[in-house]
Design a protein around this ligand. Sequence first.
Ligand SMILES: Nc1ncnc2c1ncn2[C@@H]1O[C@H](COP(=O)(O)OP(=O)(O)OP(=O)(O)O)[C@@H](O)[C@H]1O
Ligand SMILES: [Mg+2]
Length: 507
Amino acid sequence: MNMDHESLMAFSAKLTSTIGGLAIIWTMFRQFIPYELKHHLLAFAFKYTSFMNPYDRFIIEEYAGERMNRHELYIASKPYLSDHCSRRARTCRIELGKDSDRFLVSIGERSEVTDDFNGVKIWWRSSLREPRPNPGTSRNVDEEKRYYTLTFHKRHRQVVEGSYLRHVLKKGRAITVRNRQRRLFTNNPDARWTSYFTKTMWSHVAFHHPSTFETLAMDPVKKQEIINDLSEFRNGKEYYSRIGKAWKRGYLLYGPPGTGKSSMISAIANFLEYDIYDLELTTVKSNSELRKLFIETTGKSIIVIEDIDCSLDLTGKRKGSKSKEEEDKDNSAEEKKRKSGLIEEEKEKVTLSGLLNFIDGLWSACGEERILIFTTNHVEKLDPALIRTGRMDKHIEMSYCDFESFRVLAKNYLGIQSHDLYGTISKLLEEVKITPSDVAESLMCVGFSNADPRVYLEKLIKSLEKKKESEEPQKKDDIAEEVHENGNNGVKIANTCVENGVVQNGN
Ligand SMILES: Nc1ncnc2c1ncn2[C@@H]1O[C@H](COP(=O)(O)OP(=O)(O)OP(=O)(O)O)[C@@H](O)[C@H]1O
Ligand SMILES: [Mg+2]
């Protein structure tokens, strides 16, 4: 025991003197060796050590090149490591998973795990590079950077490069789809790019909307057509690349307020399991801001612009549709504006042509698997250029409640498939225009789960009858107008029609 202690002392004395010696050599090396020679010696030492070191390293940074896009491999690595290796990590990060019923474990910052791929060992390390402070200012020179380092034996380089990274990407993406909590993004008017790197144009919340195609009241044939269209789109990656078209699709939803346009968007998002980007155009200041917003959207997402007719002045101010005189007038007005500097301001504004550029122009070149949905209550107000086929691939009309739609709502709200009052309701729905939203209002029975459906169906009948009565004078007015146009002969015919409750052309 005593002997051991002595040898330990001797060893530590030796170590101290060796370190001291090395320090002296290093100081002499720095001070007395000429720069050129020093450079050559260091290069040689580096070559020698890397020759002796049998391990290679790959670095996967969070942002590749431009800070606009996160590196796909980096994004996929996190779920991959959580799923495959987190059990072996000493420091883990815990998050609440989707539906809040289980925890997601991922490897923590600056921790290491080992992966095994067909007998090849790969060491992963997650790192964080702190931002460098800018002396004299409160700002930093750059941003913090996250990255993974993969270390593996040189002889496995081909396997890692050839198949392992692809395996990580594929598995990571699949796990992301399985685990992901869908999000609802909104463009935040206060989020300005104070720094090019930090500000994101979108803020988000978890998306939980219960609307599905099952709960959506509309013509069942039309509904099935939409479901098929969406399924084809979701599985259409190869098809789109074969025909040389960007993997994107545009829908225009139109119809009166309360007919289910927003409910349809939620149903589509739930069906496809996509995120939603709700783009509020009125807060977008310029076309360049719009471009940044579009570029920041991710795949598997729906970009929604609601009430498109109210968001922009979409009346086409296109050349060609104007006469020579009008164009001359415009040109002189533009000249005046240029002089007063107004033209610069206008250039910045979000315009119809700016929007159209993203739909089928430059935006098509970046990103894929995106659906663009416009909604409007006044389809007739839209510029034909905005809704021409190819730009908006599918036009879907959401209309007033018919009997089929009522049946869906009655099933949703009252849990019934049929009732002896259905006949009366069916007849009234043929005569009265009522939105699904108003029908839903009558059928709502919050907190009375045992309530008799008859009570609510009768409530609906009452509101339909009331609506019918209020519509009668309008119908009479319409007929009177026609009669006025058709002269005396028509009066007799029209009066007879009104008395019989029939509305028809009085010619
Ligand atoms: N087709 C429908 N199927 C099921 N529920 C509907 C339907 N239409 C309307 N509703 C009900 O009415 C409410 C309002 O509908 P929604 O917001 O989808 O209408 P909208 O067409 O988007 O109206 P707006 O044009 O005012 O935005 C919904 O919350 C939903 O409960
Ligand atoms: Mg809506």
